[in-house]
Design a protein around this ligand. Structure first.
Ligand code: ZN
Length: 106
């Protein structure tokens, strides 16, 4: 019985130390974050910013020169976290890129 108790105590102590280490790591990473320049919080989909597209807010032309920005050299479309597009425009971008590729524009 006594042995069991001490084992549990050891385990508790270990987990306590682990938590402490985790907390320290978290604090350290926060410190690093604070030192770094604050990241731009504003992240608006550039296609949604278009004023003229109010009539057809979703359409992206396959001839749009901006398409190139969203496609890697291997022809892959960048994921949304990199393009910063909204879901609807990311889908539309994928469609436009497909058309552009079939036309040999990309
Ligand atoms: Zn959008």
């Amino acid at each position: 019985m006594g042995e069991n108790l001490s084992t549990r105590e050891v385990i508790e102590e270990l987990s306590r130390q682990e938590n402490k280490a985790k907390r320290n790591a978290a604090e350290n990473s926060e410190d690093r974050k604070e030192k770094r320049a604050p990241r731009q919080r504003r992240r608006v989909c550039p296609f949604c910013m278009e004023k003229d597209e109010a009539k057809r807010p979703l359409y992206i032309d396959y001839k749009d020169p901006r398409l190139k920005k969203y496609v890697s050299e291997g022809g892959k479309i960048f994921p949304r976290r990199q393009t910063g597009l909204c879901a609807a425009h990311q889908r539309e971008l994928a469609r436009a890129v497909k058309v552009a590729k079939s036309m040999g524009l990309l």
